[in-house]
Design a protein around this ligand. Structure first.
Ligand SMILES: Cc1ncc(COP(=O)(O)O)c(C=O)c1O
Length: 399
């Protein structure tokens, strides 16, 4: 089922992140050009007709279909991820929606992990089912549940490779084997794993989806997303759906993301080290029932994290003993980390998922997923880890 040529990535990710996809104009610019244009001029009417009949790889028609700056971003992230091709989208949710809706039909069956970001859950639970797609939810960490749920008519499986916010991993290789045995396409929302640590395609993912809004921009400026997969699937299935329904990435945002990719590796490595340092410093604190970070040996899937990613990632979560009052007191006492709901940013961001990002989940579902009222999610930024640790410790004193 996985038709990727995984031998394609000849150069190291770090090199691809800086040079992959570069197209230079006649001026030979060093920094990639921002083609802030929605349209393109044809020399003759015949040339316009020919382009509409079939545009070549570097021939553009309209920015909803494609644009040179967007193409640079698509080719760069595809090279980085080891995918054959990519389609850039207006946001991470446009990518999740596009990846799923472009290939599903009424009557299809989908199996999805239950631990989903609220908007992903909306697509699986409300949008797909409205159009006659049957969806079965499973506990993503339980392979027996995947095995039981995937059927011969299962068209796709979907999961967040590391769940938001309690950092539960899904074993991509194992689930992909089960899915491929039944001919199902494996769609992975890989936001928390990041392109730096990801080997999702090698491990069996057919389509990998990122919200570029997170680590790829990494500086809180723009929304964006991307769907990665085989050339046949991206150009044959995803592109027609995206270009006709309007979820394409704007050239300006593509330019920001393209430049973001150049520093992604440095940022994600520093943020990963920072997340681990904070987790180690806070583990065992009296006010905290549990520090959740896949890089800690105490994480129940630490071994899987090391095997799948080789690192614990840039996120951690704290389960405060005092529930919502303690979580709010902690957030309100912070002096460096900011209260917000994005992640992967240069600024350390702290979120209370139960009242914000995961508010739309029913309380009993939140309880099953371990998203209690005391859970606080931390996205480690680029500040000095020792300053952040001091900030978190003084905020815990306020709890
Ligand atoms: C796991 C996951 N998927 C998708 C998204 C959506 O991304 P965007 O906000 O760019 O649409 C988010 C955003 O928080 C996320 O955490």
């Amino acid at each position: 089922m996985n038709k990727h040529d995984t031998t394609k990535r000849a150069r190291d990710k770090r090199t691809e992140a800086v040079h992959g996809g570069t197209r230079r104009s006649q001026y030979g610019e060093v920094s990639e050009a921002l083609f802030l244009t929605q349209g393109f001029v044809y020399d003759t009417a015949e040339a316009a007709e020919a382009r509409f009949l079939g545009a070549g790889p570097d021939e553009f028609i309209y920015a909803r279909y494609g644009n040179p700056t967007v193409a640079m971003f698509e080719d760069r992230i595809a090279a980085l991820e080891g995918a054959e091709d990519a389609f850039a989208t207006a946001s991470g949710m446009a990518a999740v929606n596009g990846a799923l809706v472009s290939m599903l039909r009424a009557g299809d069956h989908v199996v999805s992990a239950r631990a989903l970001f609220g908007s992903c859950l909306y697509i699986l639970e409300e949008v797909l089912t409205r159009y006659g797609v049957e969806v079965t939810f499973v506990d993503g960490a339980d392979l027996d549940q995947w095995r039981d749920a995937i059927r011969p008519d299962t068209k796709a499986v979907f999961f967040e490779s590391m769940s938001n916010p309690v950092l539960e991993l899904v074993d991509i290789e194992a689930v992909a084997k089960l899915a491929h045995a039944q001919g199902a396409t494996v769609v992975v929302d890989n936001v928390f794993s990041t392109p730096t640590w990801s080997r999702a395609i090698e491990q069996g993912a057919d389509l990998v989806v990122y919200s570029a809004t997170k680590h790829i921009d990494g500086q809180g400026r723009c929304l964006g997303g991307v769907i990665l997969g085989t050339r046949e699937h991206i150009r044959g299935v995803v592109e027609p759906y995206m270009k006709h329904t309007g979820g394409s990435l704007s050239p300006f945002n593509a330019w920001v993301m393209l430049k973001g990719l150049e520093t992604l590796d440095l940022r994600v490595r520093a943020q990963t080290a920072c997340a681990k340092a904070i987790a180690e410093a806070l583990e065992g604190h009296d006010a905290i029932a549990r520090v959740i970070h896949p890089g800690l040996p105490s994480h129940p899937q630490h071994d899987l994290a090391m095997r799948q990613l080789g690192a614990g990632g840039t996120m951690l979560a704290l389960d405060l003993k005092g529930g919502k009052p303690a979580a709010f007191a902690f957030l309100n006492a912070l002096q460096i980390a900011v209260i917000s709901n994005n992640l992967g940013d240069a600024k350390t961001i702290v979120t209370h998922p139960a009242t914000t990002t995961h508010q739309r989940l029913k309380p009993e579902v939140r309880a099953t997923l371990g998203i209690g009222d005391g859970v606080v999610r931390i996205s480690a930024g680029l500040e000095a880890p020792e300053d952040l640790i001091a900030d978190f410790l003084q905020a815990l004193d306020a709890v």
